[in-house]
Design a protein. Structure first.
Ligand code: GDP
Ligand code: MG
Length: 440
């Protein structure tokens, strides 16, 4: 997006003075660029209208560089759209316990963000308790425990034999008895918005004095993220949003539309998988980033590439030793996503890139990837590392956890076996492929 917008502005600058028609023509380009960035259509329409009104209303011949002036207005409107100023999580006054409930689809980043927020609040001197209320995904409780331990905060869990609402209630009791300031409830998600998930969240809200419901959405899902936010807000009511995986999203469309569509502030931006990768959301910085002003984006990309190459090396090492497992499978998928989806990867491959792109259904392919991820997320760590453990009853449990058919689990295991065989045959392949993709 930034590149496109910069081109638009470059044209404006070189033109010198702006006429009314110039403003309109330029905004037409801005509109296209925003739509391409996956910004909600209605939001784009309103946005362009606002900017146009302001730009044409002002005298563009007042001695300023006309291009700068349009940048200024576009920037200001973007900031306004995203909420003007930073909003913090509202904590209860004094010694009162603040109860935060996390909500969102499976894989959005709830558990990770729970631990990230805990770290932030702990740094502010708060005594934080985390409650493990995702009783469906087998490794979910353990994941929260590991993350909680890393952050040095206590995790309240009652295993997976209790209902989420009971665990939440008991956690509140525990928090109150032990003078905690904040309780963060990590909940279960589904692959898509569904009634059971909503009912469960509503039930927790009815039984526990939740003071903040925070929705976690994956920025990389773009327009979908906005729809998800809208639905959650309508069904359970949300107080704020955390936009995760902004490190992998170059479009920024979700950030621009969520506030406009839900009226709820974006509290934090998830900028990576590490527990320190959570940033306060600054609308002005986000606008600058979308507009490509400043070097923030470049810096992030650079760091990401270095990280990825390191991971690729580790991956290759594992494959040499024929230790390829589902954890690695997951890792290689997320690397692919970071590199910008299937079609852009195909575009970078020698022989496929350049001119003609093969016809692939990108949407379907990405949905497939999301389902595959959900299946692997539903495995225990042990199962991921040792797929031969996967007997029919385990497969059934995994299918349930991921919300898919058992046939799909079987298919994935089969694909995995094939991939493993293939990799055994050509140990150097991955390394070469990766290098080509990064440097090519
Ligand atoms: P949950 O199902 O909503 O609890 O999602 P998780 O917390 O388990 O996260 C799903 C995946 O997304 C994990 O692999 C996380 O490491 C990853 N993740 C979460 N937040 C971010 C982020 O801000 N950036 C990146 N790159 N990955 C993230
Ligand atoms: Mg989780």
């Amino acid at each position: 997006l930034s590149e496109k917008l910069q081109n638009v502005f470059k044209n404006l600058r070189s033109k010198g003075r702006l006429t009314e028609d110039d403003v309109k023509a330029a905004l037409k380009e801005v509109k296209m660029a925003l739509l391409e960035a996956d910004v909600n259509f209605k939001v784009v329409k309103q946005f362009v209208k606002d900017v146009q009104e302001r730009a044409i209303g002002q005298d563009v011949m007042n001695g300023l560089n006309p291009g700068q002036m349009v940048i200024k207005i576009v920037n200001e409107e973007m900031v306004r759209l995203m909420g003007s100023e930073t909003t913090e999580i509202a904590l209860r006054p004094g010694k009162e316990l603040t109860i935060i409930m996390m909500a969102g689809l499976q894989g959005a980043g709830k558990t990770t963000t729970t631990a990230k927020i805990a770290g932030k609040l702990k740094a502010k001197g708060k005594k934080v308790l985390l409650a493990a209320c995702d009783v469906y995904r087998p490794a979910a409780i353990e994941q929260l425990q590991i993350n909680g331990e890393k952050q040095g905060v206590e995790v309240f869990s009652m295993g997976d034999k209790n209902t989420p609402v009971n665990i939440a209630k008991a956690a509140v009791e525990h928090a109150t008895k032990n003078d905690f300031n904040v309780l963060i409830i990590d909940t279960a998600g589904r692959l898509h918005v569904d009634e059971d998930m909503m009912a469960e969240l509503i039930q927790i809200k009815e039984n526990v004095a939740v003071s903040q419901t925070i929705l976690v959405v994956d920025a990389m899902t773009g327009q979908d993220a906005v729809n998800v936010a809208k639905t959650f807000d309508e069904k359970i009511g949300i107080d704020g949003v955390v936009l995760t995986k902004l490190d992998g999203d170059t479009r920024g469309g979700a950030a621009l539309s969520i506030r406009a569509v839900t009226g709820k502030p974006i509290l934090y931006a998830g900028m990576g998988e590490k527990l320190s990768d959570l940033e306060q959301f600054y609308p002005d910085r986000m606008a600058s980033r979308i507009l490509g002003m400043g070097d923030v984006l470049t810096l992030i990309e650079k760091a990401q590439n270095e990280l990825d190459e390191e991971k690729a090396k580790k991956l290759e090492e594992k494959m040499r030793k024929n230790e390829f497992d589902f954890e690695m499978y997951l890792e290689s998928m997320s690397q692919m996503k970071k590199m910008g989806g299937l079609s852009s990867i195909l575009g970078m491959m020698p022989g496929l890139g350049g001119g003609k792109m093969p016809e692939i259904d990108e949407g379907a392919a990405e949905k497939n990837m999301a389902r595959t991820e959900a299946i692997i997320f539903s495995m225990t760590v042990e199962e991921r590392q040792n797929p031969s453990l996967l007997n029919p009853s385990r497969k059934r449990r995994i299918a349930q956890g991921a919300g898919v058919d058992i046939a799909e689990v079987n298919r994935l295991v089969k694909q995995f076996d094939q991939a493993k065989k293939m990799m055994k045959q050509m140990p150097g392949m991955m390394k070469k492929g990766k290098k080509g993709m990064f440097k090519g």
